[in-house]
Ligand binder design. Structure first.
Ligand code: ATP
Ligand code: MG
Length: 446
């Protein structure tokens, strides 16, 4: 138990019955790190406010009508919610009303999964576990509290949370809970795009993302938000690949670091393959130009999910450059031209390399040879990058103002054109990047 919680317990008094609830209990029992502590109490929110303040703690009435007060402990916001039950769910997402002042057991019964429906008294005492959450944790099982058909009918987000927790924890979804998901897709469809994106990103960044993704495909949730990915399932590849396009993508997802941009790019990088698939005269499967198709799908999908521009641009950059395969024999100038393209998209070469390595490994064949080849390419690119060659217009030894002064011309489209030409020249030969040499290059132009 986190020590500052004891101070809060003292401030609220024993009749508060302060307990840790939800994800924090689950993660504590699993020995898993967690960021937030959710607390629950028998006290009404006003009393929580008054007693916390009387003890010199900062308390904020963040959601009094839902029974929630935020108290700051050691500069961390901690939510304390009065034991409550939910009224009827009419919109497939939120209860119409909540009732405060119910028992702890009733509060736990509104929670989604048994492993999320336990409470740990802050002042010490036994775990409160009316639905067998501890046994399900031990058996690594995700099970709805109560009748899953009813619980998923109340709130469609829970279907998605089931897949997300399975991916984060590596748990099996219990049979009746799993079987209820396809029955409740109409409710799941009502979840707001932003929430879907958050859940899918957590799923992708989980310890076993392939498990969550297979669940999405198996239950039909995939078709609600990522219908374009369905043709990847069973889309056979060529002799360079062990797996179909879907399995390959899942293998890349689990191999790249757990970072939203890398994981989304891994899922989507070959989404354009099914539509680009052709059979050559030699009987070999080809996917000419699939990157362009993938880029269009990335844009459509991330727009639908209302992703922030930073995530979208990051994913687009990774997908755009995943099909370039430098060789260790590339000239230095060729390496610099490639590094420039990455720089223009704000993509670091190490990040590009991490993605490419996973993509290579996920072909599932000739692993060692591919890893060696990749290491040689990275060594080559990194050696060229280590010399810090000029890769963008900003790195030119003469800036825009200097070029205008030199030519005596006011700014205009000609300036960008000139800068691009100068950059081409210094990428071929970085030794040209001095003010004097650039000035003489400018003077030689017609
Ligand atoms: P994490 O914080 O890692 O996302 P969590 O389980 O803590 O996981 P929260 O969204 O923080 O999830 O919610 C805290 C608790 O509130 C959950 O553990 C669960 O008991 C309950 N809860 C959250 N969302 C729902 C929901 N849609 N339906 C029912 N109970 C929910
Ligand atoms: Mg939480």
């Amino acid at each position: 138990m986190w020590a500052p919680l004891l101070r809060l317990q003292e401030a609220l008094g024993p009749e508060a019955e302060l307990v840790v609830v939800g994800g924090a209990v689950r993660d504590e029992l699993l020995g898993r790190p967690h960021s937030d502590w959710d607390l629950a109490t028998r006290l009404m929110p006003r009393a929580v406010m008054d007693r916390a303040r009387a003890a010199g703690l900062k308390a904020i009435p963040t959601g009094l009508q839902h029974g929630t007060v935020t108290v700051i402990l050691e500069e961390r916001p901690i939510e304390i919610t009065t034991f409550r039950s939910d009224g009827d769910y009419l919109d497939g997402r939120h209860p119409e009303s909540v009732r405060l002042g119910v028992s702890l057991e009733e509060d736990l019964s509104r929670r989604d999964f048994t492993i999320n429906a336990m409470a740990l008294p802050v002042g010490g005492g036994d775990l409160v576990d009316p639905f067998g959450g501890r046994a399900d944790l031990a058996a690594r099982t995700l099970r709805a509290v109560g009748d899953p058909l009813l619980r998923f009918a109340e709130d469609g987000l829970r279907t998605l949370r089931a897949c997300r927790f399975a991916a984060q924890l590596g748990f099996e979804v219990e049979a009746a809970t799993l079987a209820a998901i396809p029955e409740r897709l109409a409710v799941a469809r009502k979840v707001a795009a932003e929430r879907v994106l958050t859940e899918l990103t957590k799923l992708l960044c989980g310890a076993e993302p392939q498990r969550g993704l297979d669940l999405l495909a198996e239950t039909g949730l995939l078709d609600l938000w990522l219908p374009e990915l369905r043709p990847m399932l069973g889309c056979g590849q060529n002799r360079h690949h062990r797996w179909d396009v879907w399995r390959h993508a899942l293998e890349v997802v689990r191999r790249v670091p757990a970072d939203p941009g890398l994981r989304w790019a891994a899922l989507l990088h070959d989404a354009g393959k099914p539509a680009a698939r052709t059979l050559g005269p030699d009987g070999e499967v080809r996917f000419h130009g699939h990157e362009a198709g993938s880029l269009l799908l990335v844009t459509a999908i991330l727009e639908r999910l209302k992703a922030a521009r930073a995530l979208r641009d990051d994913v687009l950059a990774l997908v755009r450059h995943h099909g370039t395969h430098p060789t260790a024999e590339w000239s230095e100038a060729a390496c610099r031209r490639f590094l420039r393209r990455l720089a223009e998209d704000g993509l670091e070469v190490a990040r590009w390399g991490a993605f490419r390595l996973a993509d290579q490994q996920a072909k599932g064949m000739d692993g060692e040879a591919r890893e060696h080849g990749h290491a040689a390419i990275m060594a080559r690119l990194e050696a060229v990058a280590a010399a810090a060659p000029p890769l963008t217009v900003r790195a030119l030894a003469l800036d825009g103002a200097a070029l205008m002064a030199l030519t005596g011309r006011p700014g205009g489209p000609w300036l960008g054109e000139l800068q691009r030409d100068l950059l081409e020249a210094v990428i071929e030969d970085p030794g040209l990047n001095t003010p004097e040499t650039l000035a003489s290059l400018v003077r030689q132009r017609p």
